[in-house]
Design a protein around this ligand. Structure first.
Ligand SMILES: [Fe+2]
Length: 243
C-alpha cells in the first residue's frame, strides 16, 4: 500500500515526537504492507509560515537517511498538509504551495466547522493557479457530514477526495464514520490514507482498513483506494478511470 497522508516527521507538528518514534511508525507501516509514505506535516497556509518549510525539509532528509541506515523498506516522499485560510490564495498565486512529491497535487485541510462555500472558493482558487487539490478527510467536516452529496461537485471539478482510515473504522466519531461510508457508497472517494500521528494511537498500520475495504467494497476497489490511486498521485498522473 501507499500512504499519502502521514504525520511521520519528528518534532515539526503534532505527529511523531522523536526520530525513534518516526522510525517506529515506519516499521509499523511496513509490517502492515505499506511500501511508500508521503510525509505530510501540518503547514499553515500563509506566507509567514514558509520559513517553517526549511525545518520540515531537514527533518525529512534526516528521516530518509535513518530509514536507509536501519534498512526499513519504506520509500519516503516530501509533502505537507496545508491548512487553508483566506491568505492561502496568495501562496497559490505565488506558486509557493507545498505539494506532494514533485507533483502539482496539494493536500488541503480546513477547520472542521468551515462552511462549504468557503472551502469551495479556496479550492477553486488553488486549482485556478495550476495545482490539483487533494481534499484530506472531507468526511470530518460538519458541512460535508450534513450534505455529502455536495462532493459530486468537487469530484467533477477534479479534486481528489481522501478518506481517513480512522473515520472508516469508527475511531474518529460516528458522524465521520457515517459520512465516510456514505462517500464510499456514492463513489466519492479516490483513496484512503492513515493520517497517522503516532505509533500508539492514530497509527500508520493499514492492514485493518485494507481488510475492511476488501470486505465492504471488493478486492479491486480496495486495490484502487489503497494502492493504484495513491501510486498514480505520487507519479503525478490522473486517478484511475480518468483519461
Ligand atoms: Fe493530517
Amino acid at each position: 500500500m501507499i500512504d499519502i497522508h502521514c504525520h511521520i516527521l519528528h518534532g515539526v507538528d503534532d505527529g511523531a515526537s522523536s526520530l525513534e518514534e518516526a522510525l517506529e511508525m515506519a516499521r509499523m507501516a511496513a509490517f502492515s504492507g505499506v511500501t511508500e509514505i508521503a510525509a505530510t506535516p501540518h503547514f499553515r497556509g500563509e506566507r509567514e509560515f514558509l520559513e517553517e518549510r526549511a525545518l520540515q525539509e531537514s527533518r525529512y532528509q534526516e528521516l530518509k537517511e535513518a530509514l536507509e541506515r536501519w534498512k526499513i523498506p519504506i520509500r519516503l516522499h516530501q509533502g505537507a498538509e496545508v491548512l487553508c485560510l483566506p491568505q492561502t490564495v496568495e501562496l497559490a498565486e505565488m506558486g509557493e504551495l507545498p505539494t506532494l512529491g514533485d507533483t502539482n497535487y496539494v493536500l488541503t485541510e480546513f477547520y472542521f466547522d468551515e462552511s462549504f462555500d468557503f472551502m469551495d472558493e479556496i479550492l477553486e482558487q488553488i486549482a485556478l493557479n495550476g495545482y490539483r487539490p487533494v481534499v484530506a478527510h472531507p468526511e470530518r467536516y460538519a458541512s460535508v457530514q450534513r450534505e455529502p452529496r455536495k462532493l459530486h461537485r468537487w469530484a467533477r471539478e477534479g479534486y481528489v477526495l481522501q478518506l481517513n482510515k480512522g473515520s472508516i473504522l469508527g475511531a474518529l466519531g460516528s458522524r465521520a464514520e457515517a459520512a465516510a461510508h456514505e462517500l464510499l457508497a456514492l463513489g466519492l472517494a479516490h483513496l484512503i490514507a492513515s493520517d497517522a500521528h503516532s505509533s500508539y494511537t492514530r497509527t500508520p498500520h493499514m492492514s485493518e482498513v485494507q481488510r475492511w475495504a476488501e470486505d465492504a467494497c471488493d478486492p479491486e476497489c480496495a486495490e484502487i483506494l489503497l494502492r493504484e490511486n495513491p501510486k498514480r498521485l505520487l507519479q503525478g498522473r490522473g486517478m484511475f478511470g480518468e483519461s
